[in-house]
Design a protein around this ligand. Structure first.
Ligand code: FAD
Length: 385
């Protein structure tokens, strides 16, 4: 049985590795000639880590992950700690660590595990078709590929989604812009072993440790969609958005490199409940696009990959049946993640100012118990417990 996998992002590569481990042949086709992941880093929560462990990448992932032992929220202006707690109860409960990792390194790990030379880069799929026995994908260079089934891991702008759903879905602007990048750790900004977030005015500034003595940083600012993006004013723009914020935030803005800082307008897609049409299945952001507010989009793609390989390998009623079982196991889980992230997004970014003010007040009384319970619930809802 041969799978055509479209897209060599987190979803496509996890899928290709998972399917090969389950005994399927795979061919991976990626639109770009060279991978340049959007975004500097990503937090892989234990549900995602367990998936990568199951796919044989445990040691490599540990080497890439930062040591995130604590979590803290600080007040935007005074910089004082609103709450700070250990993440060790979470690790104890779910049985695995979270790993913030640089995206380029995660991508390289996945691609090298599969075999870089086996991926067909510069192949942008334009169309797919299927018969009772197989699928054909056409690429923009006029070539085509054939397989028994096709996994569309072609991201949030998926072209195959329309084929599966029979309609176009619109991406929904979540109302804020995110700037992210990597800087050398400076403990006058935040402790090296802590996920630190400064909150106020519906904005946030966050730092997470990744390997190599680096912080993954991000700034969120509620803004209208479509503002001009200009690297030459990026530092001054951030200075303006964060006027009056605490010294560590100012030092962080001074220390970033505007040339390597990404600017992303954050979107999601209203969850839908069809991931499969016959021998073609959507996976990762193509199937469920979420805001990054609970850091679960990439983890969900890894979960998809593990479940897909499990269902295809362990059922014998054929490919179409196996894909429908994959869909049945993933629709509700991913809908839950998208809606949880949307809710978190709205509270963090002051969609309703009163609710956000109440959250800031609650943080002063937070012992960590409620936050960690929510995170454990999300993590334990994954396919590997
Ligand atoms: P993508 O990564 O988009 O990969 C799709 C691939 O398909 C690309 O390589 C693309 O070039 C290729 N492609 C597209 N069209 C075609 C075509 N027609 N033919 C062939 N190839 C094609 N997730 C987390 O788990 N934790 C986090 O902390 C986190 N933080 C985030 C922060 C930000 C700012 C953002 C924007 C997202 C974050 N996410 C996070 C979400 C995560 O990045 C995505 O969910 C994940 O990258 C989805 O992987 P994917 O493989 O489905 O899609």
């Amino acid at each position: 049985m041969k799978a055509i996998v479209i897209g060599a992002g987190i979803g496509g590569m996890s899928t290709a590795i998972a399917l090969e481990k389950a005994g399927f042949d795979t061919a991976v086709f990626e639109a770009v000639k060279e991978m340049k992941p959007v975004g500097a880093a990503i937090s892989i929560w234990p549900n995602g880590v367990k998936c990568l462990n199951a796919l044989g990448m445990k040691q490599q992932l540990q080497a890439l992950g930062g040591n995130m032992a604590f979590m803290a929220y600080n007040d935007a202006h005074s910089g004082s700690t609103l709450t700070r707690f250990s993440l060790s109860p979470l690790v104890q409960q779910v049985g695995e660590y979270p790993y913030p990792v640089a995206r380029a390194e995660l991508q390289a790990m996945l691609i090298d595990t599969y075999g870089r030379s086996r991926i067909q880069f510069g192949k942008r799929v334009t169309q797919v078709e299927q018969s009772a026995t197989g699928v054909t994908a056409w690429f923009d260079d006029g070539s085509q590929a054939e397989g028994d089934f096709l996994i569309a891991a072609d991201g949030t702008h998926s072209v195959i989604r329309h084929y599966v759903l029979g309609e176009n879905v619109q991406r929904r602007y979540a109302g804020y812009v995110n700037w992210n990048g990597l800087v050398t750790i400076d403990e006058s900004i935040a402790p090296a072993d802590q996920w630190t977030t400064f909150v106020g005015e519906g904005k946030r500034v966050s730092l997470m440790p990744v390997s190599g003595n680096r912080f993954y940083f991000f700034f969120d600012v509620p803004l209208p969609k479509g503002l001009a993006e200009d690297r030459s004013t990026l530092r001054q723009d951030l200075k303006n958005y964060f006027t009056g914020w605490a010294d560590p935030v100012q030092r962080l803005i001074d220390s970033i490199n505007p040339d390597t800082t990404n600017r992303v307008e954050i979107h999601d897609i209203e969850p839908f409940s069809r991931f499969v049409k016959g021998r073609v299945a959507l996976l990762g952001d193509a199937a469920h696009s979420t805001t990054p507010d609970i850091g679960q989009g990439g983890c969900a793609a890894m979960e998809d990959a593990v479940v897909l390989a499990q269902t295809l390998a362990s059922h014998s009623l054929g490919i179409e049946d196996g894909l429908l079982r994959y869909e049945a196991r993933r629709v509700e889980r991913t809908k839950d993640l998208v809606l949880k992230a949307r809710k978190r997004c709205d509270v963090t970014h002051a969609k309703d100012a009163e609710i956000t003010a109440a959250w800031y007040a609650d943080l002063k009384n937070e012992t960590g118990e409620r936050v960690l319970a929510g995170m454990c619930d999300t993590i334990e809802g994954g396919p590997l417990g």
